[in-house]
Design a protein around this ligand. Structure first.
Ligand code: CTP
Length: 448
């Protein structure tokens, strides 16, 4: 019996796929099709796949040409599969010509003619609902955001606004409009990305939501719990999406870490320690240390270490003690917080002018998770145990500045009319704002 194997994503199954499968089947007696797993596609940069793996498997089966479907999960799996299933022929479309010659050591490699004029990418583009987005506050982060938005289907940067028009012009993609006022920008678009200094987030997000626009707001979204609650309430009333743009929250590796821990791999979580620090010159940290711009290490970076804490331990902490070292302007250059939960304790450490190891350790009753610095750009972590033979290392891809994941989630929420994201829920975002508020009120606060 001659066995043939082929692989693909098979998103929005089309005629090209059907022709390919027919031709592959005709090469032998038994056809195995490897369909890519969702996480594998995301990892290799295919962020825009529409059908999930189950839907894609069903569609491939329904063609009637397939004898067996397997899931493709990792790079290098093709060789393993060819050996495991004793495959005679590896077949793939001619768009891959030459790319799989290395498999000829293991079986015959055949490039089949590709059907012209159709692809999943084309079909996605045709059916796409495009979200017209306006960018407000055109500094460093917005520049990265604009560049990465080109990696996400269904989003179009329609206009930009900055109090200094040159800043908007500098980062604007071709053809984008430079708005003369914030209000003009909001009127033109479906959704707004707010990347202005912290204190402008609340009035700008509120205005945009009241105008019925979706909002993706940089982190920390607001510095008061009541303001956060109000914004989410307005979003709900208006039927629009409000997301806090905490890039770590949406990245694939961090989410896998959370799901592994929630599945009990390190037992009950008893402690979390997360840190982040920057030791840059005063010149580079001007805004970050400006008391009039809500400067300081907690406001600047606190929502990153708070993220694993609220995702894993929840939002119902019993109390928080905060310890800070303040500079001459009363701005915290170092802050350490200890949060007590009913059956766990978490601590976070932040420095702007104080350096500390920026790692994340999650301690459990069976083992612990270790994410080395910079853990907020998670691309690698380990689960470690008393018996070192059980330790496991996990590797992922982190693309550029990692903003494409939050953009993708924001757009997916809008397109699918899913008003909140499980990756950073309104409750979690509100809880973080209450921590900021407690700090501002100097409650349970100790000066170092
Ligand atoms: N294929 C084909 N003809 C097409 C499109 C795809 O023969 N018009 C083949 C590919 O060469 C591959 C298989 O179908 O062997 C699965 O490809 P996949 O990447 O899932 O399909 P695309 O439509 O090319 O997807 P995308 O646009 O997302 O790259």
């Amino acid at each position: 019996m001659k066995k043939v194997i082929t692989y693909g994503t098979y998103d929005l199954l089309h005629e090209g796929h059907i022709n390919l499968l027919r031709r592959a089947k005709a090469l032998g007696d038994y056809l195995i099709v490897g369909v890519t797993n969702d996480s594998f596609d995301r990892e290799r940069g295919k962020l825009n796949v529409r059908n999930n793996v189950l839907e894609r498997v069903e569609a491939v089966k329904a063609t009637g040409f397939v004898d067996e479907v397997i899931i493709e999960d990792y790079v290098g799996q093709k060789i393993d599969d060819i050996l495991k299933y004793d495959v005679d022929i590896f077949a793939i479309g001619s768009d891959w010509e030459g790319k799989f010659d290395y498999l000829s050591e293991f079986c015959e490699v055949v490039y089949l003619p590709r059907t012209e004029g159709v692809s999943s990418t084309m079909l996605r583009a045709k059916s796409e609902i495009v979200v017209n987005l306006g960018v407000v506050g055109c500094g460093r982060i917005a520049k990265r955001f604009v560049a990465e938005s080109s990696k996400v289907d269904a989003v179009h940067i329609e206009s930009l606004y900055d109090i200094q028009p040159e800043a908007a012009e500098e980062i604007a993609p071709e053809g984008a409009y430079i708005a003369k006022s914030f209000e003009e920008l909001v009127a033109r678009v479906d959704a707004v990305y707010i990347a202005t200094p912290h204190l402008q987030h609340y009035p700008q997000a509120k205005y945009a939501l009241e105008q019925g626009k979706h909002v993706l707001c940089e982190t920390p979204m607001v510095l008061s719990g009541a303001e956060a609650e109000e914004l989410y309430r307005i979003a709900e009333e208006q039927g629009v999406v409000l997301l806090e743009a905490n890039k770590t929250a949406y990245c694939p590796a961090f989410n896998h870490l959370v799901t592994l821990i929630k599945s009990g791999l390190i037992g009950d979580v008893v402690g979390i320690d997360a840190s982040e620090s920057k030791l840059w010159g005063k010149d580079k940290l001007r805004r970050e240390l400006d008391p009039n711009e809500a400067g300081g290490s907690l406001y600047e970076m606190g929502s990153y270490p708070l993220l694993p804490i609220v995702r894993l331990l929840g939002t119902k902490y019993e109390n928080i003690n905060i310890y800070s070292r303040l500079n001459g302007d009363g701005v915290d250059v170092y802050t350490r917080g200890i949060m007590r939960f009913e059956s766990a304790v978490a601590s976070f450490q932040l420095g702007l002018g104080v350096k500390t190891e920026g790692n994340l350790v999650i301690s459990g009753t069976k083992g612990y998770a270790y994410v080395p610095s910079p853990w907020w750009k998670t691309d690698y972590f380990e689960l470690r145990y008393e018996d070192q033979n059980q330790n496991k290392k996990y590797f992922y891809k982190w693309d550029e500045h990692g903003l494409r994941y939050e953009i993708q989630e924001f757009v997916a929420c809008i397109v699918n009319r899913r008003m909140t994201s499980a990756r950073l829920t309104p409750q979690q975002s509100i809880a973080m704002a209450y921590v900021m508020e407690q700090f501002a009120e100097r409650k349970n606060f100790f000066k170092l």
